[in-house]
Design a protein around this ligand. Sequence first.
Ligand SMILES: *[C@@H]1O[C@H](CO)[C@@H](O)[C@H](O)[C@H]1NC(C)=O
Length: 153
Amino acid sequence: MNMKVLLAVVVFTIYFGCSSVSGKRVSVYVNNMVAPDTMLDIHCKSKNDDLGLHKIAYRQNQTWSFKINFWGTTLFWCGMGWHDKDPRGFNPGGYIHGSFEIYNYKRDSKKCDGICVWNVQNYGIYFVNKDTKKNEFMFSWQPASTNAKETDL
Ligand SMILES: *[C@@H]1O[C@H](CO)[C@@H](O)[C@H](O)[C@H]1NC(C)=O
């Protein structure tokens, strides 16, 4: 291949790569719907970003936005946890937690176009369907433990 052809191939690959995938902006919202008076600890990361540990009040959300990378491999995961204060709850006194894939381009690009909304509830982590607005169950919490804490998220 001569240099001109090679250059043309590279330019076309970048052009179509960009126009189909990368540069597209996505906003994620994670709503704390666990229980009144229950804070949600949340710590989200990607390979390149660490959004830090946050405490979200009931019915509030953490939101952030990002651009899909050139390769379409954009991935964010979040450690989440909350103290079960309900004496008749899941695991009274326990710290209910887990780590979940909250944005995965390959999984989510068709499910939520631009805005991806999650409702975090006491029974698990639900994705909000963009058309029906209904909760779709996605993940269960890990078994509660008394020694886990938010700094481990
Ligand atoms: C985020 O939280 C605010 C404040 O509670 C709420 O008004 C808004 O609807 C939430 N956004 C989404 C997309 O769930």
